[in-house]
Design a binder for this molecule. Structure first.
Ligand code: SF4
Length: 180
């Protein structure tokens, strides 16, 4: 996404707000990879808070929802709402997201949250471009290899780590070790 936006001549910044990622070391690792690439491309990087206490409050009662379920809607809503506020307060007319590029995500669910958040502010647009299309998914994999990016093995939250480990154990593989 970052390379494609630059090639299109779009002036943008990365807004990193992912209080869902657990544990903290995993959060820092994913963030440092994003900073590394932003610096390489000369793209401004806005580091928002690791607001994980509020994230846990927001998804309370949804701990056993499956991925793509109601917990994920609450998670996307929270992150898009913060992004939309930042965009509005800092005069960005458009926001978009890398969330939908993953084949594990429901694009309709992601886009619904993005549009809902942008609608809170007059003039702010959520760009629901399909980043998977026109070779986007393959390009993401190629760039990941080229840049030797860390490859995450679960979506991000404590509950996705739990569920991924259950699946791994059921298929005879060793669990992903939490990083702190
Ligand atoms: S599985 Fe992913 S999208 Fe869903 S709540 Fe956890 S971190 Fe958020």
């Amino acid at each position: 996404m970052m390379e494609a936006l630059l090639e299109s001549g779009i002036d943008y910044a990365v807004f990193y707000y992912n209080p869902n990622i657990h544990p903290r070391k995993e959060y820092e690792l994913r963030k440092s990879e994003n900073i590394r690439f932003a610096e390489k491309l000369g793209v401004p990087f806005v580091d928002a808070d690791y607001d994980c206490e509020h994230w846990f409050e927001r998804v309370k009662g949804l701990e056993y929802e499956p991925e793509r379920g109601r917990r994920c809607t609450a998670c996307f809503d929270m992150r898009f709402e913060r992004t939309a506020l930042y965009a509005y307060e800092n005069n960005y007319p458009v926001m978009t997201s890398s969330l939908g590029i993953s084949r594990w995500k429901d694009r309709q669910q992601v886009n619904g949250c993005g549009h809902r958040a942008a609608a809170r502010y007059p003039g702010l647009v959520y760009w629901d471009h399909n980043w998977r299309k026109s070779g986007g998914s393959a390009r993401m994999i190629d760039i990941g290899r080229r840049e030797n990016f860390y490859r995450q093995e679960y979506c991000g939250c404590l509950y996705s780590l739990r569920d991924r480990n259950r699946h791994r154990e059921a298929t005879g593989r060793s669990p992903i070790e939490p990083r702190d």
